[in-house]
Design a protein around this ligand. Structure first.
Ligand code: M6R
Length: 613
């Protein structure tokens, strides 16, 4: 998500930090800041917007030219809108302790309440700011001890770098579920969230692992667990070129983002399930009262492209779990059908960028007609978020490839949480179903990682087989149909193979004429109540000599009898399968595009954010 850079050595830190942050610009950010210790004082500069704003601010200030220890950060807003105050570094009440952080502190609300009761004054809306205040509370003259103590109190995902103006000879870093690397120099050491930030200075790198802590001085890096057990660092020699380094060693951003999905799913779930497993917690829906939920006559989900496919999954789930009728519309069509909307309608816009013009226009129309307006978006402070009464954020981090992958799976998580929450509030969510889904949600990140690992090679092999065909069909029923839509879009947008998704039962109403010998048909069959029905549809295409590839759940031995090959998913709750079943389809699209020599990250004629109607 955000970018971290740190330096300790003998050279002026500021240019090294700024240059490092520039190397991380490709990740996307909305504000930036640096802190340097110079002449016994820690000075912080931050600015909303581009790094150039920060540089201008500092030039005007003319300070910080001599400090040889510092940390810098680019922020992608999560908790709190993009602003100077919410940018990092954050400080405690005294200004002695300076912290930069990537990730999400799940228990920050509880920690903040206690700190405020003890007189700590907060300057930002961020989760991060609890950290310097906690360090201030526990500091007894040893920064390493204080950070160790505080790290044990934090729940969630974090990569931290901390400095103390009274100990200007060290930077303390901790990693838990957010990337952090240490760069080793001669009389100097570096720290960064991504290798490109420090590649110019060193290729000798230590990639911190979960629960590890590093203390950097100019001459040494000491590695321990957070509990203090000494560790032998594993030094890697980075041989990547700078472009590869930006992609974390992956050939394309799309592939990197496909593999980031387990983390993105975990982050999006983070802090949204009560620890005792009793309910979904969506603090961002404060003010949306139980009465309001009970009085809803309908939900209207509106979006474009991939986001609309996630919205369709939302439609099925809200109807199943909360028993509220749901309309689902493509945003560019919505206004032109004169939708019937009033104050008993909950309008939900789904948009990764939060800037899609059609979605924004549809949202304005719904508001004009009196709907309550909610959004699901990935970009804090985006137009769609600003114009919504409530926003449920996906924590996918910046998505750079034009083809959405991690934005989609996190949108699936968000619509699932919303459906469960609505069902909880109106009392229609069956408690047993709720519990089963809860357990399933907890397992999802690990299961997604397992699918990516186990299916990548078989999918690659299959991609070679379909890469040179002209048409591919995707079929499925119900939730599987919704995922089929996303599978076909992924394939055609990056590989330029013509692809179409059909509700499996619809094929015989005309489309079967297009199924001839060898035409690939990808059949999703993950819904236990519909297995046999979909198998009948598979048989229809099989009878026309189609090449059938299945996506099914472990334990289903029937689907494979009718398929050339089946990609198996681990068992999960039937309503959670979309998050897993889309993964082989994303990889199939990716590897088919590679086999055809297409420019995966920048498909022709497509833009990442479509801000014209
Ligand atoms: O930013 P949005 O989610 O509103 O964008 C909507 C579509 O343009 C987008 O989902 C598009 O279909 C995907 N990039 C395709 O992979």
């Amino acid at each position: 998500m955000c970018g971290i850079v740190g330096y300790i050595g003998q050279k002026p830190a500021l240019p090294i930090l700024l240059e490092g942050l520039k190397k991380l610009e490709y990740r996307g950010y909305d504000s930036a800041g640096v802190a340097i210790i110079e002449a016994g004082a820690a000075t912080v500069h931050k600015s909303v917007g581009r790094l150039s704003n920060l540089e201008q601010k500092m030039d005007a200030n003319g300070s910080l030219k001599g400090g040889v220890i510092g940390i810098g950060h680019t922020r992608w807003a999560t908790h709190g809108r993009p602003s100077d105050f919410n940018s990092h570094p954050h400080t405690d009440c005294t200004g002695k302790f300076v912290v930069i952080h990537n990730g999400i502190i799940e228990n920050y609300i509880q920690l903040k309440e206690v700190l405020q009761q003890h007189g700590h004054v907060f300057k930002s809306q961020t989760d991060t700011e609890v950290i310097p205040h906690l360090i201030e509370s526990y500091y007894k003259g040893d920064l390493v001890d204080a950070v160790r103590h505080v790290a044990k109190m934090l729940k969630g995902a974090y990569a931290l770098a901390v400095m103390c103006q009274d100990e200007p000879d060290k930077i303390v870093a901790v990693k838990e579920a957010s990337p952090l690397v240490i760069g080793l120099g001669d009389g100097e050491n570096f720290l960064a969230s991504d290798i490109p930030a420090i590649l110019k200075h060193t290729r000798r790198v230590i990639a911190l692992e979960e629960g590890q802590m590093a203390v950097l001085t100019k001459d040494k890096v000491t590695l321990t667990t957070v509990a203090g057990v000494p560790l032998e660092p594993k030094i890697i020699n980075v041989t990547w070129d700078p472009g590869q380094a930006e992609r974390g060693g992956y050939a394309h951003f799309m592939l990197k983002e496909i593999h980031e999905q387990p983390k993105a799913i975990r982050d999006t779930l983070s802090g949204r399930m009560a620890e005792d497993g009793s309910k979904i917690v969506l603090p961002e829906l404060a003010g949306f009262s139980t009465d309001m939920v009970r009085n809803l006559h309908k939900v209207s989900i509106v979006a474009c492209g991939t986001a609309s496919h996630a919205g369709l999954v939302g439609r099925y789930l809200i109807e199943k779990l909360a028993g509220i009728p749901v309309e689902w519309d493509i945003a560019s069509e919505y206004r032109y059908r004169d939708p019937m909307v009033d104050e008993h309608t909950l309008f939900v816009a789904v948009s990764q960028s939060g800037e899609t013009a059609d979605t924004l226009a549809a949202m304005r129309e719904a508001r004009r007609k009196g709907a309550r307006v909610m959004s699901i978006t990935n970009v804090v402070g985006s137009s769609i978020a600003r114009e919504s009464d409530w926003t449920v954020y996906t924590w996918a981090g910046p998505e750079i490839a034009v083809a959405s992958t991690k934005a989609y799976t996190t949108q699936l998580v968000a619509v699932t949480l919303l459906a469960m929450w609505l069902g909880q509030e109106n009392g229609r969510l069956d408690p047993e179903e709720g519990q089963a889904m809860f357990a399933g949600l907890r397992d999802l990140p690990a299961q997604a990682a397992a699918v990516l690992e186990q299916q990548e090679e078989p999918v690659k092999h299959m991609a070679m087989q379909i890469a040179h065909t002209e048409d591919v069909f995707f079929i499925g029923r119900n939730l599987d149909y919704a995922v089929s839509l996303e599978g076909q879009l992924k394939l055609k947008e990056i590989s330029y193979i013509h692809a179409e998704a059909y509700a499996a039962g619809e094929l015989k109403h005309g489309t079967l004429a297009l199924i001839t010998r060898g035409v690939p048909v990808i059949a999703l069959n993950t819904q236990p109540d519909l297995l046999d029905k979909t198998i009948s549809n598979i048989q229809e295409v099989k009878a026309r000599d189609a090449l059938v590839l299945g996506v099914a759940v472990e334990g289903d031995k029937d689907t494979e009898k009718h398929c050339e090959q089946v990609f198996y998913l681990p068992k999960t709750h039937k309503y959670l399968t979309p998050v897993l079943s889309v993964l082989p389809l994303q990889m199939l699209a990716y590897y088919a595009a590679i086999a055809r020599g297409a420019d995966v990250d920048k498909p022709r004629n497509l833009a990442k954010s479509v801000t014209v109607e």
